[in-house]
Write a protein of this length. Sequence first.
Length: 386
Amino acid sequence: MPTGVRHAEVAGGGLAGLTVATALAQRGWSVRVHERGRELREIGAGIFMWENALRVLEGIGAFDEAIGRAERIGSWKLYDERQRLIQDDWMKGDETRLYTVLRTDLHRALGNAARRAGVEIVTSSLVAGASPDGELFMESGDVHKADLVIGTDGVGSPVRNSIGLDLAVRDLQDGCGRHLIPRLPHDPVNNALEYWNGGRRVGIVPVTPEQVYVYTCCPAKDLDGRERPFNTESWSRSFPTLRDVFDRIPDVSRWASFSDVSCHRWVKGRVALVGDAASAMSPNLGQAACLAMTNGYAMAMMLDGRADVPSGLLGWEARQRPVTDATQRYSRLYGRVGTRWPRPLADVRSALVWAAGRSQRWQECVNVAAHQGADLVGQAHRSDTT
Ligand SMILES: Cc1cc2nc3c(=O)[nH]c(=O)nc-3n(C[C@H](O)[C@H](O)[C@H](O)COP(=O)(O)OP(=O)(O)OC[C@H]3O[C@@H](n4cnc5c(N)ncnc54)[C@H](O)[C@@H]3O)c2cc1C
């Protein structure tokens, strides 16, 4: 590495790790990403990318490849168990963009952007922990010294745990099945649809010209709801009008549990946490990865030209964290209302959701990450260029 070039070691080659690595490399850092898997790979079906993440994709030059065959979503409709439309206002009058993207497309685009920026990606490379002085400890016994160590190693994060930043990893006791089904002419176009019945929720969202992303959420204790292969009969009893969708769900669909990660701090010395390692949340607002990407990008911007990495990291946490913490809280609340609401009070829930949809204040709260996150990226851009 040439003298004077700062070096970053990144643990984990997921959406957060690849984004922050690319943004740093594009600002002159030498960056190495360690991924435990034998190859860089993303599993799952579709993913919502809100305005804040879309700006990051533009900033690192990955937008066209990631969004090439994604679907722009213009409205989000929510129906209750009596087929009443109880929410159609989430995105009304809002200039922020929303796309649904295939996870594999997104991850591939980020991997390619990282390689173009000169990031070194090492696979089958298992991280054991880190030290605040800027050391990354490998399971192999190797120690890598860096100006900056980033833990983007997911919910279980050995980096976070090894330096005592962890406060709690909470299993939220609910989760969802994620499915890709063939798209038919009568499926929604540029629309996200969500249906609620008791503790079950179904989302139906076009994701490519050929595929629709379907998610089926329920409490973890709903054994029929989480059964693999997908239990078409049980879900059709809850949502009779959606049988045509359930019939298209393949046997090889996946179940994911939801967790919340809370940390004392995201930063200790030269080590910082980004993404699920720092702030995993339920995906109810579709913002966990968007915020991971926004926060990683903002970090690279804010460290640019700053000699003192530890103090730059503290400033970064102070600026980015409030929006992430708020989004985590709202996402948890959405999950409680959607999954844990007492069934006899279903009509009360519908009335509340309908009223919330008309509240400007509530709309601003649930969209805080898309709006402020986009502004933060903009501000970081401006401070970067002045
Ligand atoms: C059902 C579901 C739907 C979701 N939908 C959305 C959505 O619509 N929009 C949105 O923004 N977010 C969504 N999310 C959240 C999003 O998927 C995550 O926030 C995001 O994937 C986290 O990325 P990450 O890079 O922080 O962590 P991860 O994706 O977990 O990546 C961590 C990486 O680190 C590697 N790793 C782990 N340990 C080690 C180690 N010891 N050494 C080396 N490498 C290691 C792993 O192999 C992995 O590649 C959803 C989540 C779920 C479960």
